[in-house]
Design a protein around this ligand. Structure first.
Ligand code: ATP
Ligand code: MG
Length: 261
């Protein structure tokens, strides 16, 4: 049985995809077979790992070859597979009416994902902001948010450290957790590397951790390298935080990872 790790946020651009990819690398490096499902309409993660094309859903809807939306790579003794669900926004809006009119497409996508899932130790989902099981795609393609409903996932909530973002992620996380349960990991990201700000972020993070009953917590500083180079593999500072978080999640022992200045 695979372990599911879903990455959520209530605000866009706070680092979900970077966290999803970095955790996937970390888990694969340490010998696991890892699947990362990129559910971003614009396929941010897929672009970084070199997948091009319309994405799995449009390929299946158009009788294309689904494997075009998948890339695999060996990492140490492990393996990372990425599936791109959608290609880009124009492809996505062309796909929606097809999903409405032909329920067999959603079923085919579900069946394909079900088969793929069986081969992995960890399955990660990189979600758009504020995803819920009531979203339009979920209605037609249950696997889009199935992980959200089956209660076995570790749910990683990513936020910046502003009061407003932390309040909105709290409301969002409490809502999702009340529906799906599962362990909570809190990632406070993009903290300016200044002692006072790190202290403030830590205070706020600990208070939110309590509210969400989080088993895992990680604080990551703003990384110039990550910002400029995009691929977490090239940013050791960010990767090291995510390696320690991945260790906690994979061993199931709670942790508090605080990146040093
Ligand atoms: N700790 C960090 N330091 C510096 N830059 C970061 C950090 N984390 C993420 N970024 C950068 O910020 C941008 C947004 O990150 P990312 O795409 O991971 O966020 P997201 O939450 O997935 O966004 P979206 O809501 O659009 O899916 C990217 O350019 C990424 O490289
Ligand atoms: Mg993203």
């Amino acid at each position: 049985m695979e372990v599911q790790v879903e990455i959520f946020s209530s605000k866009g651009g706070v680092g979900k995809s970077s966290v999803a990819l970095a955790l996937s690398y970390a888990l694969a490096e340490s010998g696991n077979y890892v699947l990362l499902i990129d559910k971003d309409i614009n396929g941010y993660v897929s672009r970084i790992v070199g997948i091009r094309g319309p994405g799995l859903a449009a390929l299946i809807a158009g009788d294309g070859e689904p494997t075009m939306a998948i890339t695999r790579r060996k990492m140490n003794t492990g393996n990372l597979t990425v599936v791109q669900l959608f290609g880009d926004f124009p492809t996505f809006v062309r796909l929606l009416p097809k999903l409405h009119h032909d329920p067999s497409i959603g079923l085919k996508i579900d069946r394909f994902i079900d088969q793929v899932l069986e081969d992995f130790d960890f399955v990660l989902g990189d979600n758009p902001p504020n995803i819920t099981a009531l979203d339009e795609v979920s209605v037609h393609v249950p696997s889009y948010t199935r992980h959200v409903r089956d209660g076995k996932a570790t749910n990683v909530y990513v936020t910046d450290y502003t009061e407003q973002s932390m309040e909105s992620v709290q409301n969002y996380a409490l809502h999702l957790q009340s529906i799906m349960g599962g362990d909570v990991a809190l990632v406070v990201n993009m903290i300016p590397p200044l002692p006072d700000e790190v202290y403030l972020a830590l205070e706020r993070a600990r208070s939110l951790k309590k509210q969400l009953n989080s088993k895992y917590m990680a604080l990551a500083l703003f990384s110039e390298t990550l910002y400029l180079r995009k691929d977490p593999e090239k940013a050791d500072d960010f990767m090291n935080v995510m390696r320690r978080l991945a260790e906690g999640i994979s061993s199931g022992s709670s942790c508090e990872v605080i990146q040093e200045l």
